[in-house]
Ligand binder design. Structure first.
Ligand SMILES: [Zn+2]
Ligand SMILES: [Zn+2]
Length: 252
């Protein structure tokens, strides 16, 4: 059973694809700063792991990844435009309130401008729906290209058996949304790539937390456009250059 009622619609949208000249990543300048803000009841214990994995996947894209605070989400203030739906994760099928993603974008945007950051990522425990397409309910996450920010909701990332939120799923979905911010709207057709569109938690568990070779080559393209290089590759290139220079110096 899918947690998404909108699954087919999302897949149809995804299959449309976009022409290459519509790629959104060209407008951004890298490296830049990324800020993470926690909204609602989210434990900061995830932050270290998240930062480590983001830096690993998007090596050299960020000068730094900053924790820019914990924000209360005043559910009373945000009653307008909420939706009440059956919580498919709950066996008793109780109803839950879903909040539109644009409310989260305003909070993230505010934090981003306070800290003067190019990119922002919000994590929330609250269930969300898309404010740009109201039929997209219980989203794992969504990206807003206009404001360069994204939101990930942990609500549907629970392990049904163990009733706990699985950290690795949060990491994968956060990397997925940051991947959209950098690479654009499109999803990857490789089901083990983190940019694969996951319709349910099984698909999240199946995919890796890294980019496939094709998506990595797109990152390389963006590095080339922005005139910087992958630090890890750069180090090995520098080491080989150094050793050849030393050989040259020591040769008679
Ligand atoms: Zn996506
Ligand atoms: Zn890929």
């Amino acid at each position: 059973m899918s947690n998404y009622r909108n699954e087919q619609k999302q897949l149809d949208k995804q299959s449309l694809g976009l022409p290459l000249n519509k790629k959104t990543y060209i407008k951004n300048l890298y490296p830049c700063y990324l800020g993470i803000v926690l909204i609602g009841k989210i434990s900061p214990s995830i932050l270290e792991k998240l930062k480590f994995q983001i830096e690993l996947v998007f090596d050299s894209f960020f000068f730094d990844i900053l924790y820019i605070g914990e924000k209360k989400f005043d559910t009373c203030l945000y009653k307008l435009n909420t939706k009440v739906e059956f919580d498919l994760l709950d066996r008793t099928l109780k109803k839950v309130i879903l909040y539109p993603t644009n409310k989260f974008y305003s909070t993230i945007k505010k934090q981003m401008s306070d800290y003067i950051l190019a990119f922002g990522l919000g994590l929330t425990d609250l269930p969300i729906y898309s404010s740009s397409d109201e039929s997209l309910l219980f989203l794992f996450g969504e990206t807003n290209f206009k404001h360069n920010c994204a939101i990930v909701s942990t609500h549907n990332l629970m392990d049904l058996e163990k009733h706990r939120i699985v950290e690795i799923r949060i990491v994968k979905e956060a990397i997925h949304e940051i991947g959209h911010l950098i690479l654009g709207y499109e999803h990857c057709l490789n089901d083990s790539c983190v940019m694969w569109f996951s319709a349910n938690t099984e698909e999240i568990d199946r995919k890796s937390n890294n980019l496939c070779e094709k998506c990595k080559s797109e990152l390389e393209e963006i590095r080339a456009i922005n005139n910087f290089y992958n630090v890890t590759l750069g180090k090995s290139w520098m080491n080989s250059l150094m050793s050849s220079t030393l050989t040259f110096l020591s040769s008679p």
